[in-house]
Design a binder for this molecule. Structure first.
Ligand code: SAM
Length: 496
């Protein structure tokens, strides 16, 4: 994989030639090329790359022209390159699938491990480092750069953020890490922080390594680690368990879906209407069973905005974050785990996110609060899906929908596989141990990428106990009896 960095300070990247990333470069697993944006300035005399901002105000801005010409040079170079594995030149289509262009900016989507994993699948990643007050907006639109931030603080330039991104992505490229450095079970891999770890000696300053780690029972060790990871995440980063709130929807100027926030728990926001994460065998789905209701088409026309509050019948699939092109394409942040589900003909209900539930009730969820849209075409674009609907034909139409939440009715839900359950059906199940003793009630299900996490309200203490939805912990689900049989590892209740 190749990183192409457009920068005013190429020398800053010399530091990348050390340690893990340096070794990976030496071994040809990754390549890092820097491009001096100044070399592309049309100002032959001073190679000027910045200018004053229109509208006044302090500070200079990077001009569009040098950035654009530099970018064209980089992309033409990539097109001319041999693809790493296959023979022959590369078509524009090949390129777009394998090329990612990123502008590092504090206004971007906060960088995560998941985003690093996505970038690691590209062949070429072009990184634009801003400076001064940033970069002329028009060139960012022209090159369709994804915007990524490394955190909510402002640095002087995009070089350090680019290096952070390169490091995080490069170490995911196969072969870059040795076995000892392997990134198989690190924090964020499964949406959780890593479990506590210990090395020799067994006892240090009277502190013993947990007995279970010395037992040699791998299944028990795995289950213990999973439980510890859940408990640690709950303590240190409860926000990670808030699987369904789209932070980038916020970053793009639209509110998080109201459904994601309308949850009473202070710890996390697991909206029951979001679509599922697939993680066999204890996968739970947030979609209801498909129930064919006669006259469904008529009903769609008469639907009122308040009906969308019925989270067992309508499922939140996304939020409109902005417009994309002149013909009315919308940039949708998907809250479904299958962004490909926006297929032609799909009926979407768009409801204003900022309409308060009480207002919707007052006016019966009037027509202006709700629009019914039919998907004409859709394509995944980075973290977003670009959706074109039959009823939206201009950038103004699309703009008017900015900030709306998108729902589908359960008749359009993704069908369940065997062994999958709907969250709405699971909530309230009686949770029992192997002897049939009632422990509590299933109160919620949190979606984490590797496996769901079940929240049990403990019958005696009223505390919330988090159980990873893995075979070792969840022994059986009997929907008829409404009983879930679970195994609590020794000492789990003491963690809470
Ligand atoms: N005026 C910009 C703003 O308020 O959003 C900040 C410009 S900053 C001083 C200069 C450059 O540093 C940006 O163009 C960007 O490339 C980079 N930068 C600063 N903070 C960053 C962050 N948290 N993440 C990614 N890039 C950042």
């Amino acid at each position: 994989m190749r990183f192409h960095v457009m920068t005013l300070f190429p020398e800053m990247f010399d530091v990348m030639h050390t340690s893990v990333i340096g070794r990976a470069m030496e071994r040809g697993l990754i390549a890092l090329r820097t491009y001096q944006i100044r070399d592309f300035s049309d100002d032959a005399k001073h190679h000027k790359v910045d200018d004053y901002t229109y509208g006044g105000g302090a500070g200079m801005l990077m001009r569009a022209q040098p950035v654009y010409d530099c970018y064209r040079h980089v992309v033409e170079g990539i097109q001319g390159c041999e693809p790493p594995a296959s023979a022959g030149g590369r078509s524009a289509n090949d390129i777009s699938a394998k090329l990612r262009t990123v502008y590092l900016t504090p206004q971007g989507i906060p960088f995560t491990q998941e985003m690093a994993r996505g970038l690691a699948r590209a062949e070429d990643v072009v990184l634009l480092c801003g400076h001064y007050e940033g970069v002329d907006e028009r060139v960012l639109e022209e090159i369709e750069a994804e915007r990524i931030s490394i955190g909510d603080y402002v640095l002087s330039g995009g070089e350090l953020p680019a290096m952070v991104l390169i490091d995080a992505v490069a170490r995911l490229v196969p072969g870059v890490l040795s076995n000892e450095e392997s990134a198989q079970t690190e924090s964020f891999d499964d949406g959780l922080l890593e479990y506590p770890q210990y090395t020799r000696p067994e006892v240090w300053r009277d502190r013993r390594v947990p007995e279970i780690l010395l037992s040699g029972d791998h299944a028990k060790v795995d289950a213990w680690r999973k439980e510890q990871a859940v408990a640690r995440t709950r303590e240190m980063r409860p926000d990670l368990l808030a699987g369904c709130v789209p932070p980038m929807a916020n970053a793009e100027g639209c509110e998080p879906p109201a459904s994601a926030l309308d949850v009473s728990s202070s710890l996390y926001c697991a909206g029951h209407s979001a679509e599922p994460v697939v993680s066999a065998p204890w996968h739970t789905s947030r979609e209801e069973e498909i129930m064919q209701s006669p006259g469904a088409a008529d009903k769609r026309e008469r639907l009122s905005a308040t009906e969308l509050d019925d989270t067992s019948r309508y499922f939140h699939v996304g939020a409109v974050a902005g417009t994309h092109a002149l013909k009315g394409e919308m940039r949708v942040f998907p809250t479904t785990d299958d962004p490909e589900r926006f297929t032609e003909g799909l009926v979407l209900y768009a409801r204003k996110a900022n309409a308060k539930a009480s207002d919707r009730k007052k006016d019966g969820g009037g027509a202006d609060a709700l629009r019914t849209l039919t998907v004409e075409s859709a394509r995944v674009h980075g973290k977003f899906v670009l959706v074109k609907c039959k009823e939206v034909n201009s950038v103004e139409d699309a703009e008017a929908l900015k900030g709306t939440e998108l729902y589908v009715s359960r008749e359009d839900a993704i069908p369940l596989e065997e062994g999958e359950y709907f969250v709405v059906d699971l909530i309230g199940l009686s949770m029992r141990d192997e002897e049939g003793k009632e422990l509590g009630t299933l109160k919620d299900v949190i979606s984490a990428p590797a496996n769901d996490v079940y929240v049990m309200e403990h019958k005696e203490t009223g505390k919330e106990i988090l159980l990873p939805a893995i075979k070792q912990c969840i022994l059986n689900v009997d929907m008829e009896q409404r009983v879930m049989t679970v195994h609590l590892l020794d000492g789990l209740l003491d963690v809470y």
